[in-house]
Ligand binder design. Sequence first.
Ligand SMILES: Cc1ncc(COP(=O)(O)O)c(C=O)c1O
Length: 380
Amino acid sequence: MLGEDDSWIIRYFENISDPRDLINLGIGEPDFDLFEPLKAEAERVIRQGLNKYTQTAGVPELREAIAEYHDRRTSASINPDDVVVTPGASNALFMSLATIIHPGDVVVIPTPSFPPFMSLTKILRGRVVEVGPLPGSNFQIDVRGIEAALREGARAVIVNSPTNPTGTVIDESSFSRVVELCRGSGAYLISDEVYERFVYGVDYISAAKYWRDDDRVIIIGSFSKTLAMTGWRLGYMIVPEHLRPSIIRLQAYINACAPSVAQYVALYALRSSEVQRMIDEKVAEYQSRRDVFHKALTTQGISTHLPRGGIYLFPRIPMDLDSETFCNRLAKEEGVVTVPGRAFGKSGEGHFRATLSASPDRLVKAAEKIAAFTARVRSR
Ligand SMILES: Cc1ncc(COP(=O)(O)O)c(C=O)c1O
């Protein structure tokens, strides 16, 4: 059953081999290319010979720039020593969980959410407790549900705002309450913030706002989506002081360091106002795609909430088909690739995820095809 093993995504994409005019809304990455100034910087860095191992925790200037970035964005006060630069957020996620959980430990995961949260917990022999969203809230986290799960003695909670797949931005009171609850129960809070730049007209709340060096909060960030460099593998984690030695040891054994060229390019990106402006332009483009696709779907009678962040829509399946069957048939019969909601946890069933990484024209075309498919299935 989808969502209960790790191979669903491999199986799923294997089934879709027909190369005709596919509209691929299945992929979780931006469709824009690495910005030109960053390509130029990469060339410069390579020619300058910065191609060797870096310090295990990352290039010191980059760690400083990441701390400053969070300080500026959320009036936090992060010590650069707390930043560990990693080969992608995925790796930071694995190292966090590997450091804090022991076999049998409970990890509370508000769902629908990024599938590796559940898969990595299981691989590390932890126990996943899914907490579905607050009913009727457009996927806001259910703080009371999290509180109840914490009472059972959970070791960690993983939040992700803006959320993949729903685009939900956790509101300030829920966020601060979850931090408080974790503090009260001694659980770690892992806050995956890889979509932090993709917010549309609301305040973005980061766990950095609640940061204390002696605490149990772990912040995970990435350059993958913001700089459209998913293939470069660069992310980071901000970890409390007591976890740092274990994380650095793991990093030394597993990765030695994050990719050197990517680190220098990310440093340039954080310090360049031109690149920061280019990111803002791309975010504005995503916001307008969100509006176009949302309107196209709702006009066709396909109900979907308007997310405040992220790079996806998570519409309701407008017929009596489970999400895996719906997505498989939609791909085969209409050439529109989406991801079944069930992959994101039990509470994702009844929905599908479609990325906004396509031109507005293609998004409108996809909405028409989804509507045509829906009408055909309903008329039978
Ligand atoms: C919520 C979330 N966290 C982490 C990642 C992985 O990011 P990275 O490419 O930095 O490993 C993704 C990628 O889709 C994601 O959606």
